[in-house]
Ligand binder design. Structure first.
Ligand SMILES: Cc1cc2nc3c(=O)[nH]c(=O)nc-3n(C[C@H](O)[C@H](O)[C@H](O)COP(=O)(O)OP(=O)(O)OC[C@H]3O[C@@H](n4cnc5c(N)ncnc54)[C@H](O)[C@@H]3O)c2cc1C
Length: 443
């Protein structure tokens, strides 16, 4: 047993990134004895770059909204721009004027959540890696660099390449987004402004180049209001033959002399597949990227992880079981993530030219895109229908194959959500339920 660590904690959380640190904090605040193991130094744990996170996720999770320097801007207009070779006229293909997403410096958010956890009494074990279960002690004692660790419950928040405490299957390569994000100084403010003006943006607004490396790809550029830094986010699916997010980012920097020296950032893979159909056993829960609790349409896991952590801690605090958390979470939040996975699978089959035709068809309606950005189901309001129905009609006439494929994906997305709302209470029924979801997702 490790020195200074309770012989048996209520909960051991593996991973002190955003999800693990938040979960540890919420559990300790509810009065549980919590140990959090992290293989890196605490100051190096979790995401070390800038992420876009909807403010609503903080509110739902009970985490105060970020303040500067953690908050690096937004919400602000988000322009979607097609690559130059695909369009004759420059300027945004669409602009989402109002949405809920802010730019968050994850280094500060992770540190804030860790500090909150420490204040609530969480015992952190930094630079200690978990290697799996101790010999013959599955689900009771963990083997770590520093000895065995016992607990009543284990939360695996160790990310995509972590401890795999439920021996969850590896994520298929076609379901992995290779993402990169970096903040750079500006070497030439006037040139940066000219670049933005050419594509219809301004400092303090986001410009997202879509279809640059296949239908599921992004290259977002955000020059701050004060013209001090530029934040670049890229992502793609290399398994489909596209350059990685890191390669895209490096190329963008090379080709734009106004981008100055790097300040910070990083790159890693994001799981895009729907959440695992089983997130728990009797004593183990998968949380965050470890459970594929990611909004797959744009590979966003921070908000989903915080919300899942809150729900898990609340369930345990009121004496509920891991399985109760799992059923409730899959029915409500799994439904949203699963539904958007159907749309992600549709977009990743497209090439840049199809993305351009999709925008030209009018099918990419701003209200729909806003819902996607905010990570919420689009509402079928009368106002939206007034623009969507004629656009759909035109698209079916001008782009029948594309419009039919999109309609089919939208219908499957709704059916997946409906199926998730029926996530079985009875574990034995989960495999059949899961096969039905996969059948719908395959289309
Ligand atoms: C470049 C990039 C850009 C992104 N942009 C966005 C975005 O804009 N919006 C958004 O919401 N999401 C974004 N994401 C995804 C987001 O960063 C992740 O979903 C989120 O960080 C997942 O948090 P997590 O705590 O679940 O896992 P992680 O951040 O991976 O944390 C897991 C922790 O567990 C530790 N660990 C791993 N294995 C072990 C072990 N065996 N023993 C002990 N500790 C272990 C790790 O060291 C790590 O600190 C982006 C990802 C990347 C790579």
């Amino acid at each position: 047993m490790l020195a200074g660590v309770p012989s048996q904690a209520d909960v051991v959380v593996v991973g002190a990134g955003a999800t693990g640190a938040a979960c540890a904090a919420f559990l300790a605040e509810a009065g549980l004895q919590v140990v959090c193991v992290e293989r890196r130094a605490l100051a190096q744990a979790g995401a070390r770059w800038v992420n876009g996170v909807p403010r609503a996720a903080f509110q739902q999770a009970g985490v105060a909204l970020p303040e500067p320097p953690e908050h690096r801007g937004g919400p602000s207009p988000f322009h979607l721009v097609l690559p130059r070779e695909l369009v004759c006229a420059r300027g945004p293909a669409a602009t989402i004027m109002e949405h809920d997403v802010i730019h968050v410096d994850m280094r500060h958010l992770v540190a804030r959540l860790q500090a909150r956890a420490a204040k609530a009494g969480v015992r952190f074990l930094p630079e200690v890696a978990v290697h799996g279960w101790a010999q013959g002690q599955a689900e009771t004692s963990l083997a770590t660099d520093a000895g065995e660790l016992r607990a009543r419950i284990f939360v695996d928040a160790s990310g995509l390449t972590g401890a795999r405490l439920l021996e969850q299957p590896a994520v298929a390569r076609a379901d992995l987004c290779a993402a990169a994000q970096a903040v750079h100084e500006l070497a030439d403010r006037a040139a940066a402004q000219a670049f933005l003006a050419e594509v219809g943006g301004r400092p303090g607004e986001s410009v997202g180049f879509v279809g640059v490396a296949g239908g599921f790809s992004v290259l977002n550029v955000y020059v701050d209001h004060e013209l001090e830094t530029v934040s670049i986010l890229t992502g793609s699916i290399p398994a489909l033959g596209h350059p990685s997010g890191k390669a895209m980012l490096e190329r963008f920097v090379r080709e734009h002399a106004w981008v100055g020296p790097p300040c910070f950032g990083g790159s890693a893979a994001i799981p895009l597949r729907r959440p695992y159909e089983r997130l728990t056993s009797e004593r183990v829960a998968l949380l965050g990227d470890a459970g594929c609790q990611v909004f797959s349409a744009h590979g966003s896991g921070v908000g989903a992880g915080l919300i899942a952590a809150r729900a898990l801690a609340d369930t345990l605090a009121r004496g509920g079981t891991l399985r109760q958390w799992e059923v409730a979470w899959q029915r409500e939040h799994g439904a949203l993530l699963g539904a958007f996975d159907a749309l992600r699978r549709f977009t990743q089959q497209l090439d840049g030219a199809s993305v351009a035709r999709l925008f030209a068809s009018g099918l990419m309606e701003p209200e729909l895109m806003k819902a996607g950005l905010n990570q919420e189901q689009p509402q079928l309001t009368l106002r939206a229908l007034r623009t969507q129905v004629p656009a759909l009609w035109r698209a079916l006439r001008d782009e029948p194959a594309l419009a039919t494929a999109m309609l089919s994906a939208a219908a499957r997305s709704r059916m997946v959500a409906a199926l998730y709302a029926q996530y079985p209470e009875e574990p034995r029924q989960v495999p059949a339920w899961s096969r039905a979801v996969d059948w719908l997702l395959r289309g």
